[in-house]
Design a protein around this ligand. Structure first.
Ligand code: HEM
Length: 523
């Protein structure tokens, strides 16, 4: 294990995901001994009423608010332990096993086949069918998913591909900081900064998905784009509500479904209008065609189904890239700015690193990767504010989790982020923002570093971007955007925050509980 970690660190790679994967792969070789395995029926369950199940826990009568869903998960974890099973409305919703244990994360990671199965977001699939667009990478399964994902990975996850956008993404962040300079009010704040962050994220998404600068901060903004910004927030809010609500929408068209149809229709028409211009999309399409040709030569029968599916799925990819990359990235930036604002000493250390990097000219993808403190700050910000509570999987085979037999086909929610991100068992001084814990040199020896990464934090959280083969393909793009934002902003401004403390709120992705309204002091 050590040698793999050493190699990764020698390459100065701070891709959290990569290091965690190495640790997980090494763990995969460790065989765990199961003792006295209990039956699936014995998995603890929350108190449930006849007919209504636990439905009332998700209503205003019990003080529930979708923004606090993570709190409900955490309360269940505190009461029931590392695994529980819940059926919200018996007969209507499916029993779901909630897993919090780092050891279970490890086991599940080991089981992830190349055809990792995460259930489709059913209501999204239904709505997309209604408006006649494909269901998207996020929703497809099996061999079709695998073939498309292979192509996507090559364009999304290789350094050369991500770095080729560095210059443009840096320019986006510089334009954004110019906008901040023009917009400061008498308190040195930017009115409605949350909206400005959404525009910044959309501008970045436009660069890597359409090769287009939308000009959100520099020109007249197209009406359609304004609608996209306005509606992408609403879309995530509705999707969060639909995720936790009992699936009444299966039986009649609820208000949320009606609004979602309107929003997605609007978004897909806009993407259809624009996507043909994008070089990245053209490259993906070209690669798809080569792959299909190769399959045709080998196995013409297999092709028919795959060809049909891949042809339309690539068309919706741009929509996934824009849709998936706006609300998520802007919230990641809001949390990152907040944590830097309330930790001025750490902000100063980071500013020094940025100054040094800028002294040697423009920061490109390669030199960005060498900015260790910046990466450590980003990892620590994600620990303190995990950008998602977790993810879900459909179990491919029978497996023992936390001492219980769980049969193949069971739906799992993996929620260790919620339970352990501030657990002192895994992280010293968990309430403190300590980027240094992610710096190798902080640990006295290589062994200590490897212990920290493996036994302590390795599986404690599944991280902000999910895990295994189905983890977020946009993670490198997203983090590159956030990093450049910090570089541009902190080299020109000191960032402060003078409002109510911000907490993480669940809304499919985690969002700040308060308006992220910062004070920018020119340097
Ligand atoms: C900070 C920003 C982001 C966060 C926190 C985030 C988080 C996630 C998570 C947790 C998953 C599920 C992973 C799993 O099940 O293991 C996911 C999947 C996905 N994300 Fe992201 N994401 C972000 C940005 C982006 C961006 C910028 C894009 C587009 C370029 C994107 C596109 C996708 C897609 C297409 C999937 C589905 C992948 C599949 O099913 O194969 N995401 N994301």
């Amino acid at each position: 294990m050590l040698s793999c970690l050493q190699k990764a660190s020698r390459r100065r790679s701070f891709d959290y995901f990569k290091v965690i994967c190495i640790v997980r792969l090494q763990h995969a070789q460790v065989q765990s001994k199961e003792t006295a395995v209990k039956d699936f029926s014995e998995i603890p369950q929350p108190k449930s009423l006849p007919i209504l199940g636990t439905f009332l826990d998700y209503t205003k009568f019990r003080g529930f608010n979708v923004a606090n869903l993570s709190n409900l998960f955490k309360a269940r974890f505190d009461e029931l332990g590392p695994i529980y099973k819940e059926t919200i409305i018996p007969g209507l919703s499916e029993p779901t096993v909630h897993c919090f244990s780092p050891q279970d994360n490890e086991k599940l990671f080991r089981l992830e086949s190349r055809l990792a199965n995460r259930d489709p977001i059913e209501f999204l699939k239904v709505v997309r069918e209604r408006i006649g667009v494909p269901s998207g990478l996020v929703n497809i399964q099996g061999e079709e998913w695998y073939q498309l994902r292979r192509i996507v990975n090559e364009h999304f996850l290789t350094n050369s591909s991500v770095w080729s956008y560095s210059k443009d993404i840096h320019e986006v962040s510089e334009d954004f900081v110019d906008y901040i300079s023009r917009s400061l009010d008498s308190n040195n704040e930017v009115p409605n900064f949350a909206l400005a962050l959404n525009k910044w994220a959309l501008e970045g998404a436009g660069v890597f998905s359409l090769d287009t600068r939308f000009g959100m901060f520099t020109g007249e903004v197209e009406e359609h784009l304004q609608e996209i910004v306005d509606n992408s927030n609403l879309m995530f809010q509705l999707m969060a509500e639909l995720t936790v609500a009992p699936p009444f929408w299966k039986y009649f068209e609820t208000k949320q479904i009606r609004i979602l149809i309107f929003v997605l229709d609007l978004l897909s028409r806009y993407y259809a209008l624009k996507q043909c211009q994008a070089a990245q999309v053209a490259a993906i399409k070209k690669q798809r065609d080569i792959l299909l040709k190769r399959i045709k030569e080998k196995d013409p029968e297999k092709l028919t189904k795959l060809e049909k599916l891949m042809t339309k799925e690539v068309d919706i990819l741009v929509s996934d890239m824009l849709g998936g990359g706006v609300d998520t990235t802007s919230n990641a930036a809001a949390f990152m700015l907040y944590i830097m604002a309330v930790n001025p000493d750490k902000q100063e250390i980071l500013r020094e690193e940025i100054k040094t990097a800028l002294q040697s000219g423009k920061v490109d993808g390669k030199s960005l990767q060498r900015m260790k403190y910046l990466h450590a700050c980003a990892l620590e910000a994600q620990r303190m504010f995990p950008l998602t509570p977790g993810t879900s999987r459909r179990l491919p085979v029978d497996v023992v989790l936390s001492g219980y037999n769980v049969p193949a086909g069971t739906r799992l929610l993996l929620l260790s982020n919620v339970a352990h991100h501030k657990n002192p068992e895994y992280f010293d001084q968990p309430e403190s923002f300590l980027p240094e814990r992610w710096l190798e040199r902080k640990h006295k020896s290589k062994q200590e570093w490897s212990n920290f990464m493996s036994t302590r934090s390795g599986f404690a959280m599944i991280g902000s971007f999910g895990m295994g083969a189905r983890a977020c393909p946009g993670r490198k793009f997203a983090m590159q955007e956030v990093h450049y934002l910090l570089i541009s902003l902190l080299s020109r401004y000191k960032v402060e925050y003078h409002h109510k403390p911000i907490k993480p709120h669940f809304r499919l992705v985690t969002v700040p509980s308060e308006e992220p309204q910062f004070t920018f002091i020119p340097l």
